[in-house]
Write a protein that binds this ligand. Structure first.
Ligand SMILES: CC(C)(COP(=O)(O)OP(=O)(O)OC[C@H]1O[C@@H](n2cnc3c(N)ncnc32)[C@H](O)[C@@H]1OP(=O)(O)O)[C@@H](O)C(=O)NCCC(=O)NCCS
Length: 395
């Protein structure tokens, strides 16, 4: 076993082209890898900023098209601009018959894998080429066209139906929910989904956004860059937790079982889904916002969810303080993240749990698209270093 890993004086320690010795940060924790004007996550203060605006204020007061326009243009639209943007998204969101047939072939597969494959197949069918060497506007139009298709892709995959061309002038959020449930949703349900979609649209350089930007940085076609983002969502550590959160609530079943269940899971080394975050060291503001939505919905799960949340927080705090005492150092607080209350809100509006990751994808795809556009307009190939831990050849 070679023990070179952490020794900066070893000859196989990585160095940059300028000869500077690079340091290793597992999971790139604390590493700044790009500049963006799109979003800022203030982990210590528990705040999320979307292009100069408080994300919670946007989620509570604006439509998804307004926030999409904000990310795209750097400012909120006036009424005429919003009207034009909404129409553009709606018309780009209509899937031609040959693409519907292509997507239908993927029905029956795991929903997120099918979404990933569908998007990739459509980009391929449309003949999207590497963006490098072409006008940026062409690639940015392709991004918009792919992102706008998300509600239709999920509807075709889930129902096998041909999406109706017009849905009573419904916006993106309403079309999404209508497509999944098959019936015109109530205003409250649309508002709940729209709040969720805005809250999760963009969130700094998270794993999927990073994956999209890395792919885009090679000059790849925008379909490949978005597909890279979707690929990362199949893991429960990023975007896959809301389904397991409902499984947890099902298993706990009644508030008096919560404490014993949570302790047993932690004792068995299982992570509690919907808790912990790489960046937030305090409450995730998106979670607090969605908790307010869940309280307004006041569905059958609400009491169980509140008790489970509090129990998880108590038991995690107890474990973390025991750990701090044993290790003689401060350990990070584990708070509730966006995925816990997402599960309660999305279940209440009738989205089945197997579509939770696809629903996240229908939101974050907008953020990926804007990040890819940003990358295209100021590109530098991502190419980090690695520390070689194998043996060196005998000289
Ligand atoms: C989100 C997450 C991946 C962030 O993790 P991270 O910043 O990489 O932190 P680590 O995975 O290094 O965790 C640090 C410690 O806290 C513990 N921890 C973190 N989240 C935990 C959780 N949800 N339940 C129990 N313990 C947890 C880890 O076990 C780890 O302890 P260890 O060093 O003994 O292994 C992590 O908190 C997690 O797995 N949460 C559950 C999944 C989830 O909700 N994902 C959605 C995120 S929005």
């Amino acid at each position: 076993m070679n023990n070179n890993t952490n020794n900066p004086s070893n000859s196989n320690t990585p160095s940059t082209a300028s000869g500077t010795v690079a340091s290793f940060s597992p999971g790139l924790e604390g590493v700044v890898a790009c500049k963006t004007r799109l979003s800022h996550v203030d982990g210590a203060g528990g705040k999320l900023v979307l292009a100069g605006h408080n994300a919670i204020t946007l989620a509570e007061n604006n439509t998804i098209e307004e926030v999409w326009f904000l990310l795209h243009e750097g400012r909120l639209p006036n009424a005429a601009e919003l009207h034009a943007f909404r129409n553009r998204i709606e018309s780009l969101g209509q899937m031609p018959a040959d693409e519907i047939n292509l997507v239908k072939k993927l029905r029956g597969a795991e929903p997120l894998s099918a979404f990933r494959t569908a998007l990739s197949a459509i980009a391929n069918k449309r003949g999207y080429k590497p963006w490098l060497g072409r006008p940026a506007k062409e690639a940015i139009d392709e991004i918009m066209a792919l992102c706008a298709l998300a509600p239709a892709i999920v509807e075709v995959l889930h129902t096998g139906r041909r999406p109706r061309l017009k849905k009573d002038n419904a916006g993106y959020a309403e079309r999404y929910l209508w497509g999944v449930t098959g019936k015109k949703p109530t205003k409250d349900d649309v508002r709940a989904v729209e709040t969720y979609l805005i809250l999760t649209m963009d969130h700094g350089l998270n794993a999927s956004t990073f994956a999209s930007r890395v792919a885009a940085s090679t000059g790849a076609d925008v379909g490949a860059a978005i597909t890279s983002g979707i690929g990362t969502l199949s893991g429960p550590l990023h975007g896959g937790a809301p389904g397991p959160v409902l499984d947890m609530l099902d298993s706990i079943a009644s508030p008096d079982q919560a404490d014993a269940w949570v302790r047993a899971q932690l004792a068995g080394g299982t992570r509690l889904m919907g808790f912990g975050h790489r960046i937030y060291r305090t409450d995730d503001p998106r979670s607090m916002c969605l908790k307010r939505v869940a309280e307004r919905q006041n569905g059958p799960r609400i009491e169980l969810a509140k008790v489970t949340e509090q129990t998880c927080l108590n038991v995690l705090a107890e474990k973390q303080s025991q750990r701090a005492a044993a290790e003689g150092k401060a350990v990070r607080a584990l708070r509730v993240n966006v995925e816990f209350w997402t599960a309660v809100v999305l279940e209440h509006v009738g989205i089945p749990r197997q579509l939770f990751s696809s629903t996240f994808c229908a939101s974050r795809i907008i953020g990926w698209g804007e990040h890819i556009a940003e990358q295209i307009q100021d590109n530098k190939l991502f190419r980090p270093l690695s520390t070689y831990t194998g043996d060196m050849p005998a000289e």
